[in-house]
Design a protein around this ligand. Structure first.
Ligand SMILES: *Cc1c(COP(=O)(O)O)cnc(C)c1O
Length: 359
């Protein structure tokens, strides 16, 4: 059908109905999606849904809480930690980096030692699961240690939400950021952060915290939450909000525990299958492996990019990717999240990998 005949079709929406003829997303709809996120995370803390990809609330948290005179413990277990360190320094904070090899997890005792050595630490940033490197960190244990020291605790849970248990309020996480694009099988265009009462106080007391800015959590508090969630501060990203709502409904229908079990089973099958193919898991201890993605080392003399290309030539649909950055040649990832967290997908991926290895 030509564009002209489509426009003339009586079924096509009137231009003033919006692109898809949808009714506007109301303040009540928006607040309901926030309650959905709070239920997903079993939290009573405020939920702010930011109208952008998850890097937006992550940067908003750091710029809201960090300032000259503050000291941050930045735990680096993958590439995102390096990004957070840059923002923290940029915000004027003194940064203590606690870096661990990307093929393992950080232990709560290491965090405790760092806090003891630097009692002035008032902010801790951590990534829960690392989709890029395939490791996951013991947040509940780390949360206990951080609480004892009194620092504000920020967690990047984009790659863990819906793939493994995530209980930010129970674990003492003050700022917990999630995105829909990994295990939730949802949109990347909106994201959410839970904000504890302590975190609101810290951000409100920070003269350097963004205000009247797209990075401002305080704007959402003052213009949306404190006003009783009656008027949205600006037009919401309607399609992404609907997609987030829909993916949460799907998770509720399957059951969060079942979704988590599906990711765990996919990860276990991927790890076992990789070992059967003679590939070494990148994350040496199974207990440190993230349910969201399985990473393996390429065999000696083979380039990850070439191996992935050969596997995708054998089966273009499998969720296989070469590592990023410094790991681009030596690591590959099976991204078994969302709709790809199934045993048939793992079997297909391993077959494609096997075909590539035997070429
Ligand atoms: C995927 C992911 C994000 C979101 O970043 P993208 O660049 O959009 O993929 C943030 N943090 C972690 C730990 C992630 O895995």
């Amino acid at each position: 059908m030509s564009a002209a005949s489509a426009a003339a079709s009586p079924a096509s929406p009137h231009p003033h109905d919006g692109l898809l003829g949808l009714p506007p997303l109301t303040a009540a709809d928006f607040a309901a999606v926030e309650r959905g996120v709070a239920a997903l995370l079993s939290t009573g803390d405020d939920v702010v849904i930011m109208q952008g990809e998850a890097l937006l609330p992550l940067e908003a948290c750091i710029r809201g809480a960090a300032r000259p005179g503050s000291t941050a413990l930045n735990i680096v277990t993958g590439p995102y930690g390096t990004t957070f360190g840059g923002w923290l320094r940029d915000a004027g904070a003194k940064v203590v980096d606690l870096a661990v090899p990307f093929d393992s997890a950080v232990a709560a005792e290491q965090v405790a030692r760092a806090l003891k050595a630097h009692p002035e630490i008032d902010f801790v940033s951590l990534v829960h699961a690392e989709a890029a490197t395939g490791n996951t960190n013991p947040v509940a244990e780390i949360g206990e240690v951080v609480r004892d020291g009194g620092a504000l605790f920020m967690l990047d849970a984009v790659a863990s939400v819906a793939a493994e248990p995530l209980l930010p309020q129970q674990w003492g996480v003050d700022l917990c950021v999630i995105g829909g694009q990994k295990a939730m099988g949802g949109p990347a265009g909106v994201s959410a952060v839970t904000v504890s009462e302590r975190a609101w106080q810290r951000i409100a007391a920070n003269p350097a915290a963004p205000r009247r800015s797209y990075l401002s959590l305080l704007d959402w508090k003052e213009r949306w939450i404190d006003g009783g969630r009656r008027t949205l501060p600006h037009a919401p990203a309607q399609l992404e909000m609907l997609a987030l709502d829909a993916c949460m409904a799907r998770i509720a229908q399957e059951g969060l525990d079942a979704v988590i079990a599906r990711h765990r089973a996919a990860a276990a099958a991927a790890r076992e299958g990789a070992l059967d193919l003679g590939l070494s898991p990148f994350v040496s201890e199974a207990a440190h492996a993230a349910p969201v993605a399985t990473t393996v080392r390429t065999p000696q003399g083979m380039h990850a990019g070439e191996l992935v290309a050969a596997a995708l030539a054998a089966d273009p649909g499998v969720p296989l990717a070469a590592g990023g950055g410094a790991l681009a040649s030596e690591m590959l990832r099976i991204n078994h999240y969302g709709a790809d967290a199934t045993l048939p997908t793992i079997t297909r991926t391993l077959s494609a990998l096997s075909a590539a290895l035997h070429r």
